[in-house]
Write a protein that binds this ligand. Structure first.
Ligand code: NAD
Length: 484
């Protein structure tokens, strides 16, 4: 069994902790390698290396930094299939989706490399004569990137690419469920010529290295994607650092009485059961007009029963395994809770008895909006159907949750669509499309307990740079603003 190392200061090194952990293939419950179970000492070492590398990297002209990012894009393209296969092995999603995950990484490196020749500030007139006003962007310093396992190549890339183009140096801690994907990604960055110390990878658990990644004095910013619970811990413990938090969701698709039901069916199936329901933007509630509810439920149950569970490497598989045993137990816990709460189980509701962390796609109907299955993120293939009588009730129920990430409405009625756009409390609203399917050149993020900040697109640059305001007075005398 191979033991993989941390990447610190341009070298692959073992942790002084001398401890390791395994990463499992969730389809067969077998280890794919051993990884460093790092300690605070590793973070200390990584911070030292990141500090040493910062001046030279931040002073490297952004178009030159961009050349390396373009190389990373090219290497990701060359290695797309092998990275996707690894992702299936370590995370479990089906191969086609894994290819999409790597494609997102390719896209974000290309987009952010392009930013190397922009990184715009702005100029604006002064209120005084002979005075010039402008803004420039500056690097932040050392940044912590902490990521989950569900998009093990794409999410780290969403952070690495903007952090690098903005001239920061990086401590990257991937999820302990997908360390090998992170290692292969960092190998590509290294091969593309990222100077030593600019990107440092430390594997391990939040419980042992999380706190030092969050409250280390020399770390200037934290970019975190993960659960609401960890997000709250970070907010409490980070002090006055710049923080961006991309947290959980409880996303709904609204299906109105005039919707194209065939189209809505495809959107619900993809949103609820794609990536086995393990997307932050997964559809976990369908809020449907009572007039079309029974017809739609029949269509949905028939289609769901045809979905095939299995290894993500098989062409016949529609739904891969969940990430680990705990995730299976969580889906099962919520299924039992749904039954106790009085919801009606239409299909699914059980783990598979075979090897691997599989759970049947599960649908509940007659769900009341306040039930816990309709309020809490399950992060598995468990869907709740809630019936409504009009658009206002639909939007009220859609909003009556703690999170606000993604949302969707299926309707042919422009008034319904615009009401949804204006009234739904979420970072993203889709019209006649599922709750999933972000494109990297648009901002991504949520409101309420889903967190703060926006990744990707131009707003991703804001997360990893700070603005300096410049005043140049060439009047040759003291001029006072506001006439003072
Ligand atoms: P998680 O919060 O358990 O872990 C995320 C990362 O945080 C991991 O690297 C983990 O090791 C680390 N961590 C855990 N405890 C920590 C601590 N105390 N201090 C510092 N780091 C710590 O989440 P997860 O199970 O890996 O991912 C699933 C969650 O992520 C879901 O809630 C999902 O909605 C969310 N998610 C959100 C987005 C988004 O963009 N909004 C995208 C993907 C996933």
């Amino acid at each position: 069994m191979k033991t993989y190392k941390n990447f610190i200061g341009g070298k692959w090194v073992s942790s002084p902790s001398k401890k390791t952990f395994h990463s499992l293939d969730p389809a067969i419950e077998k280890s794919i390698g051993k990884f460093q179970d790092s300690s605070e000492l590793d973070i200390e070492l990584a911070v030292k290396e990141a500090e040493k590398a910062f001046l030279s990297w931040s002073e490297t002209p952004a178009p030159k930094r961009a050349e390396i990012l373009f190389k990373i894009r090219d290497l990701l393209k060359e290695n797309k299939e092998s990275l996707a296969r690894l992702e299936v092995k370590e995370m479990g999603k089906v191969y086609k989706e894994a290819l999409g995950d790597v494609q997102e990484a390719i896209d974000i490196f290309e987009y952010m490399a392009g930013e190397g020749r922009r990184l715009f500030g702005f100029t604006t007139p002064s209120e005084l004569k002979n005075k010039f006003c402008a803004t420039i962007r500056r690097s932040l310093g050392i940044v912590s990137l902490i990521t989950p396992w569900n998009f093990p190549i794409a999410i780290p890339s969403w952070k690495l690419a903007p952090a690098l183009i903005c001239g920061n140096t990086i401590i990257f801690k991937p999820s302990s469920d997908t360390p090998l994907c992170a290692i292969e990604l960092i190998k590509i960055l290294n091969q593309a010529g990222i100077p030593k110390g600019v990107v440092n990878l430390v594997t391990g658990f939040g419980s042992s290295i999380g706190t030092s990644l969050i409250n280390h004095q020399k770390i200037r910013a934290i970019s975190f994607t993960g659960s609401v619970e960890t997000g709250k811990f970070i907010t409490k413990n980070a002090g006055l650092k710049k923080i961006s938090l991309e947290l959980g969701g409880k996303n709904a698709i609204i299906v109105m009485e005039d919707a194209n039901l065939e189209l809505a069916l495809e959107g619900v199936l993809w949103g609820a059961f794609g990536t086995t329901g393990q997307r932050c933007t997964a559809t976990s509630r369908v809020i449907i007009h009572a007039k079309v509810a029974t017809k739609f439920e029949n269509m949905l149950v028939n289609a769901t029963k045809k979905l095939k569970l299995g290894s993500g490497l098989l062409k016949t598989t529609d739904i891969g395994p969940l990430i680990n045993k705990k995730a299976v137990e969580k889906s099962d816990y919520y299924t039992n809770l749904g039954l106790k709460e009085g919801a009606k189980l239409l299909t699914g509701g059980k783990p598979l008895s075979s090897k691997g962390f599989f759970y049947q796609p599960t649908i509940f109907t007659n769900v009341k909006p306040e039930m816990r299955i309709a309020q809490e993120e399950i992060f598995g293939p468990v869907l709740s159907i809630i019936k409504i009588k009009n658009i206002d009730e639909a939007i009220e129920i859609c909003n009556n949750i703690k999170q606000g990430l993604s949302s969707s409405i299926y309707t042919e009625n422009m008034r319904y669509a615009f009401k949804a756009i204006n009234k739904i409390e979420a970072g993203i609203t889709y019209i006649n499309s599922s709750t999933i399917g972000a494109e990297i050149h648009l901002p991504f993020g949520g409101v309420k307990e889903t967190g703060s900040g926006r990744e990707a697109g131009i707003e991703g640059i804001n997360e990893f740079s700070e603005t300096k305001t410049i005043y140049i007075d060439y009047s040759g005398k003291l001029q006072k603003a506001q006439g003072g």
